[in-house]
Unconditional design. Sequence first.
Length: 517
Amino acid sequence: MMQPVRLSTRLISGARILSRSLPIIRRSVCSSRPQHRCYSRSARLHDRAFAFPTGLRDPASRNAPTANQTVDITESSSIQEDVITSDLIETFDPAATWHPAFLRDMCGCTRCRDPSSTQKTFQTTDIPEEIKAREVEFGEDGSVNITWENDIPGFGSDHVTTFSETFLHQKLTRRSAAAARFEPPEPRLWSKRRITNELQSIAFEDYMNDEEALYRALFFLNLHGLLLLKGVPESEMAVEDITSRMGTLRDTFYGRTWDVKSVPEAKNVAYTHQYLGLHMDLLYMANPPGFQLLHCLKNTCEGGSSLFSDSFAAAVQLSPAHFQQLSESKVGYQYKNAGEHYYFEHPVIEAQIYNSAARLNQKVIKHINYSPPFQADHLHRAGSQAITFSPFLNALRKFAARVEDPGYLYEYKMQEGECVIFNNRRVLHGRRQFDATHGERWLKGAYVDTDVFMSRFRVLNEKYELKGVELLEDFVDRDLGISAPKPKTPKPINYGSPFKKKERKGPMKKAFVEPVA
């Protein structure tokens, strides 16, 4: 049981902190060895999203490091902090103190949160600067009851904020807070060989009628970004039914659902019989759809195999310099046809810095934006394009070569009654040319936004979290070469890359990666 909450006798000074220089941090930036960590079963699904190799963690490191190199990075900034003079509240963690307004803002009583909508009835800025805890009482069950001095006007002296022990642990510790939000497991990067062995297929009837089967589908969609449904009825409404199990469809100018078939005078290259290179859909929009569904109604033509490639797996193999180019240079995408004109610019790689004590300044992938068929003309910006365009083009060529490498290109000819679902912000898709004069190829498509997908995933995870842990451990066992029965003790988890480190021999000894068999 946690230690009682009590008022701190310490006060924070109201002095301003100016130009605080942070200490020099020294660490390796090039190790590609996976970091194995062991968590409890309930915590494993809440690890950070997929992260880049350590060579890409430091924004100040623009050049590819050599083996075992370390880099000194001086992180300094002019930070101004206004700290209010306040009584602090100490919790079960003696090293942590919490501003009273922080706890007051989380009050979940029926006066602070509407019981029907669960929404807050006040603004954070309504909390007075002078608020402090007047009295703290502790329950035998570990709960904490706080009455306030200088509370929000209108609440009165009888207002009590109550926190359960579980709530405090969830909200006041970093890992528990992440678990409460549900951070999905890291994507499992794949090569052609890996996805051939691991691609999951789920029966349509199970997907539609069994919540646990739906959870498995969403789990594998998050893990691989690619999933097959089998036994789908020959109905134009089937793809809409499949999508509705996740949530609301994404309606676009193509409609709620749309047909992919060869037509005369097509307004989109997808509606032809021609080869369609690897791409992502609707990048000419500010918020492209997160997931795409394609239901195969007819496929009796010669050719027409679908192509898929894991763009995350390609991105992690880029040098830091090439990665930097693709994350900083924006590319325009455009659709201008049939009375529509859409345009938006995205960097090829969208990444963010994730700050934590364990992984300081580690870059994590958010999205990949790559769609050559819909790429707009490059804009001439300030400065010499001869200087700025060449490095970008070199980086783009490296990326294209990796996603199109036969070792990473998964080819699959869809059969009638199958539906493929894939992450449109991660998995590139394309198609081989087919003979439209003999036979028919007809797919029915739909989109789902990432927020809709994640909402459904979070809700189901509350019920089937342990099932997710078991599914993840199956892949861990496979990676480690462990067969059933499973050991009862937790094992280190390698969520990451389908690549292994290898050393070149000779004077030009250099680390590189290759697909895992």
